[in-house]
Design a binder for this molecule. Structure first.
Ligand SMILES: [Zn+2]
Ligand SMILES: [Zn+2]
Length: 882
């Protein structure tokens, strides 16, 4: 073994070896149970960030653990085409060349997109390999590859034929910058400072008027009613009458609707069904006409009269000005409200009515709620189920069409001659109704999440009934951050139920996000992101992985500290050094059969502790308590194994003549091999490298057998060693606190009623002498004179003062200190005796001086006492010698 562990050299070499040996490839084995995880496919535009690193480390730990437990494990990797993000990248790049999408056309644009995917799309996959991810790369998929595209078409057609996909006029969220609709889940709300405008709408004959309050006066041009609450006494008499819409001079009705909040503004609201989702619904209820006044680029259209062609915010200014001149603007008020923004580009979302494709959600959501209620799918932690139910129970129809080119084109075709619409798996060239060949395909593509919703079964070959699908579906656990529960998890659940008739996974393991050391979100704008690849380069993937998972608990965020990475790199080195030590003292191989009667109580102790560790880590991993398991492994390896057992084993290990020398070697090798196995899922590289250097039976840790607990437990031995460790640690601490040189070996006097410790003193005393630096251990009922006492959980340990200090040296030091103190006292007395000082100096200074004086006197007294005590000790010693 190399003297120093060099992760850089080791990691690449081992990863290549694992790939060559096909350890990650899942070969169907009917004699084994399958264990499947599908990766949350990263975007092809993505670069590995700490969130991915955490997400994939967790998946890799689970997969490696299950692989070692003997499951037929499949971790299926792949990438997502990320329609909106990728299209934005291509558009941006074309902009540099002075080109737009429209200029080059759909076909040329898609060529560019595929080329971009070819060059950059594999980047994140390579980065996942650096992390050590044990994915089955032979099964890597892409949401737009042929198979998955067929699956998408199949689902679309099936749902359409069932009446679960429809085209309809609906209020949608429009992003004027991205030029596409986005789903409700993609709208981010943010508090904004705005203005509330109060506008007067008069009656035709001016006999009455109402005042409406709005944050968006430009939409008034599209008003088709004003509404009041039916219970509002102030306006009851006006219901059914009309007012004249200012600037447009259109007569609109005053209607009553429960939706209107009597407390808000004046209690009268304008209704613009074409530009507000709530107004849209009121419009539907009251059969109001829809007048669209803003176009898809954020400009006023031909319905806006003299404002047509003006940009929305410019029109707002002009309208407010005109209203003022007409005396119809009653007042303006500052107002904070929640405004929806595009999650991609942060542009303010424009609610628009348009013809789009929708998935009817109610019938799909019901079974998806049921499987979670029945416990067929479990969220970890459970609290996320509430959020899931809340979302699913209030779900609206899902708008799935996007005005983008990169993605799955909607398989709907239209006839230009008879307006017939056809939805088909195959390309349609001839109209099914009139036979015309003047047919074209829908220009829009599908929401990216439409294809990722099918991920757990489309990647296994669906709609074909493949062997993979039969064997590996449903998958076992889905590992994800909490921010995409709705985007993705909920949609996978109803898709799996609808198309496979079975839930797509049994567990949804939710983790938090990785924050910086101060608890802030890592972000580009703050510049506080840490690149996982740089961390791997410097400290190794094992250190990064272990740092990410230590102490995490499901659903909760973690903070990333660089110092922890360093500490975990040191942990890897600690194991490396321990292994080198074991290896250097080893002359047995794995065929050695120990005589267990030759084990001492320390061997029985460490084997008991190992057994407990195996049982607990296995249980923790079964329950997804990864953070707890990591901490237990760290503590056991660092403390119990390296710091204690190895140290305790040395005398026998070094003594080749000892009759149990080989038994000790055997225990060292056994414990080491087992902890390497337990630690392997967390730190795959350093553990494998050590394992292959030790005498070993199995080809590689990756495919080795997970350790099993043997129910080995020896309560007495555990207690004796724990007491022993307590005693050694206490003596060491006492020495450090009192500055006692480690070379000084005092006698210790122990008072105890602990029968076991008394009986077995002959066993443990040798360890205390060697590891705590002690000369003699005396069992004593009496408290020795002038001694330090250490209280233990099983008795009291006394050490005579004269045994730990050099009396002459200490006397000299104390005498010097006494002289210094006397000088200070004299100086202070003189100063305080000076009337001038006491009278003239500020009171504060005088008080401080008095306080100083008091302290000097006190310390002086204590020093004199110590000197007296030491002089007495010295006299006793001389007398003893005589
Ligand atoms: Zn946008
Ligand atoms: Zn036709």
């Amino acid at each position: 073994m190399q003297k120093v562990y060099n992760p850089k050299e080791v990691e690449d070499r081992l990863y290549k070896m694992w790939l060559n040996k096909k350890y990650f490839h899942a070969k169907i084995d009917y004699s084994k149970k399958p264990f499947t995880i599908v990766i949350p496919p990263p975007n092809i535009t993505g670069q590995l960030h700490m969130g991915h690193a955490l997400n994939n480390t967790i998946q890799d730990i689970l997969i490696r653990f299950k692989r070692m437990q003997g499951y037929c494990t499949l971790w299926l990797p792949g990438t997502d085409h990320a329609s909106i993000a990728t299209e934005a990248k291509i558009v941006e790049k074309m902009k540099e060349e002075g080109l737009t999408k429209e200029m080059i056309g759909r076909e040329k644009f898609l060529e560019r997109a595929w080329e971009w995917k070819r060059v950059y799309g594999g980047r994140i996959i390579e980065q996942l390999k650096k992390l050590g991810a044990s994915c089955d790369w032979d099964r890597e998929r892409f949401t737009m590859d042929e198979g998955l595209s067929n699956a998408v078409k199949e689902v679309f057609v099936r749902l359409y034929e069932k009446g679960l996909i429809y085209k309809g006029e609906r209020m949608i969220n429009w992003c004027p910058t991205c030029h596409t609709t986005i789903s409700d889940a993609e709208v981010e709300y943010e508090e904004k400072q705005g203005k509330l405008y109060y506008i007067k709408y008069p009656a035709k004959d001016n006999s009455y008027h109402v005042v409406v309050a709005t944050t968006r006066p430009e939409t008034m041009l599209g008003d088709t009613a004003v509404a009041v609450n039916p219970n509002d006494r102030r306006y009851k008499h006006l219901i059914g009458k009309t007012v004249v819409l200012p600037l447009v001079n259109r007569e609109i009705p005053i209607i009553a609707d429960d939706y209107v909040d009597m407390e808000f503004g004046t209690g009268v609201v304008k209704i613009t069904p074409a530009h507000d989702p709530n107004d849209f619904e009121i419009g539907q209820r009251h059969n109001l006409p829809m007048v669209q006044v803003i176009d898809t680029k954020g400009y006023m259209n031909e319905n806006a009269g003299k404002y047509a062609g003006q940009e929305m915010y410019e029109a707002r200014k002009n309208i407010v000005k005109d209203l003022k001149e007409l005396g119809l603007l009653v007042k303006e008020k500052d107002y904070t409200h929640n405004v929806g923004h595009c999650y991609r580009c942060s542009t303010v979302i424009e609610p628009l009515v348009s013809k789009q494709w929708f998935v009817k959600m109610k019938p799909l959501a019901e079974p998806a709620i049921r499987v979670v209620k029945e416990g067929k799918i479990k969220f970890i932690p459970e609290r996320f189920e509430k959020i899931y139910f809340n979302w699913m129970e209030n779900i609206k129809d899902w708008c799935i069409s996007r005005q983008l080119w990169w993605g799955h084109r909607i398989p709907a075709y239209y006839c230009r001659d008879c307006e017939n619409m056809m939805v088909s798996r195959e390309e349609v060239k001839v109209c099914s109704k009139c036979g015309s060949s003047n047919v074209y395909q829908d220009e829009d593509t599908l929401d990216t999440w439409f294809s990722s919703a099918l991920w757990p079964f489309s990647t296994l070959g669906w709609p074909e009934e493949t062997e993979d699908l039969k064997y590996f579906y449903p998958t076992d656990v889905l590992v994800t951050a909490y921010d995409i529960i709705f985007f993705w998890v909920a949609r996978m659940i109803f898709s799996g139920l609808e198309h496979m008739g079975k839930e797509p996974f049994k567990y949804v393991l939710i983790h938090g996000i990785v924050r910086d050391a101060q608890g802030r979100k890592m972000s580009k704008s703050l510049g506080n992101g840490i690149d996982p690849l740089e961390v791997i380069e410097k400290y190794g993937a094992d250190a990064l992985r272990f740092t990410l998972v230590t102490g995490i608990s499901p659903g909760n965020d973690t903070r990333f500290h660089m110092e922890k990475v360093e500490a975990n790199r040191n942990f890897a080195n600690k194991i490396w050094n321990a292994a080198r030590f074991v290896l250097m003292n080893l002359d047995i191989d794995t065929s050695f059969k120990p005589d267990e009667r030759k084990f001492t109580f320390t061997e029985r102790w460490i084997l008991s502790r190992l057994d407990t560790l195996i049982r607990e880590v296995t249980e923790n991993l079964e329950k997804f308590e990864i953070g707890i398991a990591a901490q237990k492994l760290y503590d056991f390896i660092w403390d119990e194994f390296c710091d204690w057992y190895i140290e305790m084993s040395k005398p026998i290990l070094y003594n080749k003549e000892a009759e149990n020398n080989k038994e000790i070697q055997y225990v060292l090798l056994t414990v080491l091999t087992n902890v390497l196995k337990l630690l392997h899922p967390f730190m795959p590289f350093v553990t494998e490298e050590i394992y292959l250097n030790l005498p070993h039976d199995e080809e590689s840790l990756v495919i080795s057998k997970w350790p099993e607990a043997k129910c080995y437990y020896s309560a007495d031995d555990i207690r004796v060693v724990e007491n022993l460790i307590e005693l050694i640690k206490s003596i060491r601490n006492m020495k450090t606190e009192r500055n006692v040189s480690p070379k000084i070996k005092p006698n210790i006097y122990i008072q105890t009623n602990d029968k076991l410790m008394l009986e077995q003193k002959y066993l443990w005393e040798v360890y205390v002498k060697r590891l705590a630096g002690v000369e003699k251990i005396i069992l004593s009922e009496k408290v020795p004179e002038e001694s330090v006492s250490i209280v233990l959980s099983w008795g009291v340990c006394y050490i005579k003062l004269k045994d730990i200090i050099d009396i002459e040296k200490e006397l000299k030091r104390l005498t010097e200190e006494k002289e210094k103190l006397i000088k200070e006292v004299e100086r202070s007395e003189k100063l305080l005796g000076n009337e001038n000082f006491v009278k003239k100096a500020p009171q504060k200074v005088v008080d401080e001086e008095k306080e100083k004086y008091r302290k000097y006197i006190q310390i002086l007294k204590s020093v004199e006492e110590q000197i007296d005590r030491l002089l007495k000790l010295k006299r006793d010693e001389i007398r003893d010698e005589l």
